[in-house]
Design a protein around this ligand. Structure first.
Ligand SMILES: [Zn+2]
Length: 492
């Protein structure tokens, strides 16, 4: 791998078969947004791409949780022209096109993680950073133009970019981006739930997340082996599932989440969840065999030695530069993996299981136990509790109270500190005003989103005489967090 600096930007390149491929990568993604500004990075990307003339060679752009990437493949002169045009667009974004592009964004499926991984991230981190993967936000037509400009200024400059090329840089390559400081990534993301716990969620199948050192070869092998065992049992032996997926998501220097998610044939969600947990427990208790590990390493060797993985390796190295990690070449990584013993795999997995978050589809009845027999604590939104004394209390509309005993028991309470909603079964949801990450205005009503994943609707359909509650929300929550409901979505 070769390392040069062109126009102040690190350029990583290695020869690979096929035409020249370029990836201009910025260390900026969905994790840098907030619930209120969700979609801003994607808007920047779309505005920049909208300035390009029609191109006949392959090109694309994308935004994920951590990065924004502009990619193209073609003859060297085409690559040079594409990169210069993207850089120029980013220095003078056509902000006047924001409305048209909002429509395009609304039509595009902008998901950045599979549904179970997204929910696991939001349980771990709340409605912020990586946890935003589970949210749609206010909608593309509510992205503030100031947030777009701020994202460009903070992130889309020379100090936060790396270029990757599958061949030597063309002589006339130029990357006209403004100067800027690389964002400080040394702080770890605030974690909301360290685990271990489980939760029901609106997901197609079960999944689990482990928090740990993403560079730990024993944990990497453990997760890969667990995926393989699940493929063998859940898919091949029982025919209950088609896909076993997994992800590794960087959360800060040296650590992050490893997730493992399965889909489930309809009606088999519970069995799949049980098999997932059984296999996880088995790996924490019993050492895998030498043969099993050898199989996993043989597969990794094939992937690492495939000449088509060059772009992927360059991308890994670019990510390490942007986020302060250490890149190791495939040979070094393989040599480290080959030294890992079966007991180290088991130990790494058992230790990581202390951080486990498990999600299962709603209505799935599971009773997971940790390896030492402790029940895995169940976490649900809201807790048993009382409404605060002295708060102003609201009840459902009279007609609902006459018809339903549930409505007779439900309450909404508001005081200067926040909102409480009591469900008929006694569960109390609470959003302190200091933890509000967004307020959707629905006509006379408000839907209040808390950082801790609680959502409290303060709407006339649910509560009678909500005027004072709405006034309290509006008085307590900063104006920039309130937005009218998107015109692109039907009210739900
Ligand atoms: Zn709640």
């Amino acid at each position: 791998m070769n390392h040069e600096v062109i126009g102040g930007i690190p350029v990583l390149w290695a020869d690979a078969p096929g035409p020249l491929e370029a990836v201009l990568m910025f260390g900026c993604g969905v994790q840098d947004e907030t619930l209120r500004t969700l979609g801003t990075t994607h808007m920047v990307e779309h505005l920049a791409m909208s300035t390009l003339p029609r191109l006949h060679h392959e090109h694309n752009a994308s935004v994920d949780l951590l990065t924004t990437q502009f990619t193209c493949t073609g003859r060297p002169e085409q690559v040079v022209a594409f990169l210069a045009a993207v850089c120029e667009a980013l220095t003078a974004l056509p902000l006047e096109r924001i409305e048209q592009e909002a429509g395009v964004l609304a039509a595009e499926d902008g998901r950045v993680a599979d549904p179970a991984t997204a929910e696991l991230l939001s349980h771990r981190y709340g409605v912020q950073g990586l946890g935003l993967a589970a949210y749609r936000g206010p909608g593309a037509d509510r992205i503030p133009v100031e947030a777009v400009q701020e994202a460009v200024d903070r992130f889309f400059h020379r100090g936060n970019a790396v270029l990757v090329l599958t061949g030597p840089p063309p002589a006339d390559l130029r990357l006209p981006l403004p100067d800027g400081e690389r964002p400080d990534r040394s702080a770890a993301l605030p974690v909301l739930r360290t685990g271990p716990s489980w939760r029901e969620e609106d997901v197609p199948g079960p999944g689990l997340a482990l928090h740990g050192d993403l560079d730990d070869p024993a944990l990497q092998l453990a997760c890969k082996l667990l995926s393989q065992r699940l493929r063998d049992t859940v898919r091949h032996r029982h025919g209950l599932s088609y896909d076993v997926g997994g992800d590794a998501v960087l959360a800060g220097p040296g650590h992050g989440e490893r997730t493992l998610c399965l889909d489930a044939r309809e009606g088999q969600e519970q069995r799949v969840a049980e098999l997932l947990w059984e296999e996880a427990l088995r790996l924490a208790r019993e050492c895998p065999t030498e043969d099993e590990l050898a199989e996993e390493i043989a597969e990794l060797r094939e992937v690492y030695q495939d000449p088509r993985s060059t772009t992927c390796e360059l991308g890994e190295a670019a990510g390490a530069l942007l986020f302060g990690g250490t890149y190791q070449d495939p040979q070094t990584r393989l040599a480290v993996l080959e030294k890992v013993t079966p007991d180290e795999v088991r130990q790494a997995f058992a230790a990581a299981l202390e951080t486990v978050l498990l999600v299962v589809p709603c209505g799935t009845e599971v009773d997971p136990k940790l390896p030492d027999g402790r029940p895995l604590p169940r976490r649900a939104c809201g807790t048993e509790g009382e409404l605060p004394p002295g708060a102003k209390v609201f009840r459902p509309p009279l007609v609902d109270r006459l018809r339903s005993s549930d409505a007779r028991r439900a309450r909404l309470a508001v005081d200067g500190r926040g909102l409480w909603a009591r469900e008929p079964d006694g569960t109390v949801h609470h959003v302190p005003f200091t933890e509000v990450v967004g307020v959707e205005m629905r006509g006379p009503g408000r839907v209040v989103f808390g950082r801790d994943t609680c959502v409290i609707p303060v709407v006339p359909e649910l509560w009678a005489g909500i005027g004072p509650a709405v006034d309290a929300v509006d008085a307590a929550v900063p104006g920039q967090l309130r937005y009218p409901a998107s015109a692109f979505r039907p009210a739900d």
